[in-house]
Design a protein around this ligand. Structure first.
Ligand code: SF4
Length: 121
C-alpha cells in the first residue's frame, strides 16, 4: 500500500487530500476532501490525469502578425501534452477567426478540438 498527497484544484478551497492506493495502483481511500467533487478529482488525477492545453499560435491579420491564444475544448491525457505542443509548433492560424472557432478538429484525440480563444479580423 502507498499514499499520495495532492491538493484539489476544483475550487478555491484547495483541500489537501491523501489518497491510499493498493500495490496495483487501485485507489482504496481518499481522505481530506470536503465534497464528492474532490474525491472524483483525486481518483481521476491518480488513475488518468488530464489537462486542458492552452497555448498560442502565430497568425497573420489585417493589422500584421499576432499570436492567437488557443486551447483544447476538452482536457487531454497529461501524457499527450508534449506531443500536442510539438504539433502546435507547426500550426499557423489565418484571420478572420471567432472565439470558439475550431482550428483543428480531432486534435490529439478523436472528439477533441483545438479552438481559438479570441476574435481576430
Ligand atoms: S474537495 Fe470540494 S471543497 Fe475541497 S477543494 Fe475540492 S471541490 Fe473544493
Amino acid at each position: 500500500m502507498t499514499t499520495r498527497e495532492l491538493t484539489c484544484v476544483v475550487c478555491p478551497a484547495g483541500c489537501r487530500m491523501t489518497v491510499t492506493l493498493d500495490d496495483g495502483g487501485t485507489v482504496l481511500e481518499v481522505e481530506g476532501n470536503t465534497c464528492a467533487r474532490g474525491k472524483n478529482y483525486a481518483v481521476s488525477e491518480i488513475t488518468h490525469p488530464v489537462r486542458t492545453l492552452t497555448s498560442t499560435v502565430p497568425m497573420k491579420t489585417a493589422a500584421g502578425k499576432k499570436m492567437l491564444p488557443v486551447r483544447t475544448d476538452k482536457p487531454i491525457p497529461k501524457e499527450k501534452l508534449f506531443e500536442a505542443m510539438e504539433i502546435l509548433h507547426g500550426v499557423k492560424a489565418q484571420a478572420p477567426v471567432k472565439t470558439g472557432e475550431v482550428l483543428i478538429a480531432d486534435f490529439i484525440e478523436p472528439g477533441t478540438n483545438l479552438i481559438a480563444c479570441r476574435d481576430e479580423i
